[in-house]
Design a protein. Structure first.
Length: 507
């Protein structure tokens, strides 16, 4: 069973004769206790082309110390990583292999470098004796194991914050170290330094050869690359069940599909359409879990907003049971999709697209000319849906038409987002306006879906002999929410459709 630890640390340069200053003078530190020297032996693994290192991931099998075992580290922010741990075994545990799948694919991992460290540990403690941080002086030897020989040796100081300790302590300790002439390390990790000093520095996963040349090719491929990187990055986040990960992975699928359609004058749809179909499949598999999560949260929030006298019967219990029954199996379905050969084939197809883009003649033109034209085309598509939808009488047909308008608004917003690096503030402002339309239409659609669920819940309650009054009250409120969105839409659309804003995109 894997466990996760949030690792917050800072590294400093040192030499064999470096001496730590008196760290009890750091704010919050009452005492320093020596914990002795530990010998650590770690073999670091990666693909032969160092895909993990290219994305700042670290995989190691370490013996020695209190946490011997397999460790997989994901970057979170500067100096912050999540370390996923698994017990010490001869081969890579399945629990970690799955987290690497979107990057490793079919390649597998091999030993790339071995680090042997002699770690001299001290604990910084507060007034009550609580451990605030661990300071270690590490004497390290690195031996290259992949494709040739190479060794390196160095000494470094590592300061790791204890669980739940105040991060300000790191600043206080860092201040004392700098006053003693000890400076932060240029390397973010031991592995990064070992790879660099033994001649194994990784290449970028997706080299951006055309970035900055001002062409439509460069602009569109940069955006596509960004979304592909998001697909790879959020795959392990979904597997770890991190908050919002399913949503972010689904958004990346949608942004890619939209880019292929919007910028069809740049990338040939004979190639991108089949990939788009696979992205639609993956987004659909993710959607079952995400849509139920959003719907259940909306209904729970609406129920919390009712006065006690309007709640009749075991409505909270029924809502929880309904959510459990609809959510059963959704996570398994998501994981099955991510583990499927179909998903790996999709990721491989996207890599091939970046390696050999299916460019059309417009790809060589200036992005400042091609991108605004594509955005305006998507805008006209949205306008063609908004107007007729508003002309329909309230009801089922209007609900469907507004839902189609919402999808069109999302597409033009994504088109503007892709153009922000090229067009700057006008594209950013246009995206915000389109988001306001999309959000309002999204609220409308959520209310429509909630009404359907509430009808089902009311019918189930009646069949069980329970009062359906509360479900009716909630239904009326969702009906009112949808009507409010419909009344607001003309004004929101008028502001979003300002001609001067569209004209600014071409300046």
């Amino acid at each position: 069973m894997a466990e996760t630890k949030r690792e917050i640390e800072r590294k400093y340069e040192a030499t064999a004769d470096t001496r730590l200053p008196d760290l009890t003078r750091a704010t919050g530190v009452a005492s320093v206790t020596a914990e002795g020297v530990t010998e650590l032996d770690a073999v670091y693994y990666d693909t032969a082309d160092l895909r993990l290192a290219a994305d700042s991931l670290t995989l190691r099998r370490r013996t020695g110390g209190a946490d011997a075992g397999w460790h997989l580290k994901f970057p979170v922010a500067a100096g912050v990583r999540d370390e996923v741990r698994a017990p010490l075994t001869e081969t890579l545990p399945d629990s970690l292999a799955g987290l690497l799948r979107s990057r490793v694919r079919h390649a597998g991992v091999v030993p790339v470098v071995r680090l042997r460290s002699s770690r001299d540990v001290r604990h910084l403690r507060g007034e009550d004796g609580t451990i605030l941080a661990e300071v270690s002086v590490d004497t390290v030897r690195a031996d290259r194991l992949l494709a040739g020989d190479g060794t390196a040796a160095w000494t470094e100081i590592e300061v790791e914050l204890a669980d739940d300790a105040d991060p300000a302590l790191l600043d206080a300790v860092g201040k004392r170290l700098r006053k003693a002439g000890i400076h932060p390390s240029d390397s973010p990790s031991k592995l990064a330094r070992a790879l660099d000093e033994t001649g194994l520095a990784p290449e970028p996963r997706h080299p951006a050869e055309t970035d900055g040349d001002g062409t439509a090719r460069a602009a569109v491929l940069a955006y596509v690359r960004e979304q592909i990187d998001a697909l790879v990055r959020f795959d392990p986040a979904v597997r770890r069940d991190l908050p919002d990960a399913v949503h972010q992975l689904r958004v990346a699928c949608r942004r890619l599909r939209s880019a292929f359609k919007t910028y069809r004058q740049v990338l040939d749809r004979d190639v991108t359409d089949p990939i788009g179909a696979e992205l639609k499949w993956l987004a659909g598999e993710l959607g079952h879990a995400r849509d139920q999560e959003v719907l259940a949260a909306r209904l729970a929030e609406a129920l919390d907003g009712l006065d006690r006298e309007r709640i009749h019967g075991p409505v909270r219990g029924r809502l929880r049971a309904w959510d459990r029954s609809r959510s059963t199996g959704t996570r398994s379905r998501v994981l099955d999709a991510l583990d499927s050969p179909r998903h790996l084939a999709l990721l491989d197809a996207l890599d091939r697209l970046l390696a050999d883009p299916p460019l059309k003649p417009a790809a060589r033109k200036k992005a400042a000319k091609v991108l605004p034209k594509a955005i305006r085309r998507d805008y006209r598509r949205l306008a063609d849906r908004i107007g007729p939808a508003l002309d329909l009488a309230p009801g089922h047909d209007r609900d469907l038409a507004l839902h189609e308008a919402r999808k069109a608004a999302k597409r033009v917003r994504y088109a503007a987002d892709a153009a922000v690096p090229t067009l700057g503030k006008p594209a950013k402002k246009f995206s915000r306006r389109m988001k306001s339309v999309q959000s309002l239409l999204g609220d409308h659609q959520d209310a429509v879906v909630a009404r359907g669920a509430l009808r089902d819940l009311a019918a189930e309650a009646e069949e069980a002999g329970e009062p359906s009054f509360t479900w009716g009250v909630l239904y009326a409120r969702q009906e009112a929410a949808a009507a409010t969105a419909e009344r607001r839409l003309p004004d929101v659309w008028e502001r979003a459709a300002a001609p001067d804003l569209r004209a600014a995109l071409s300046r």
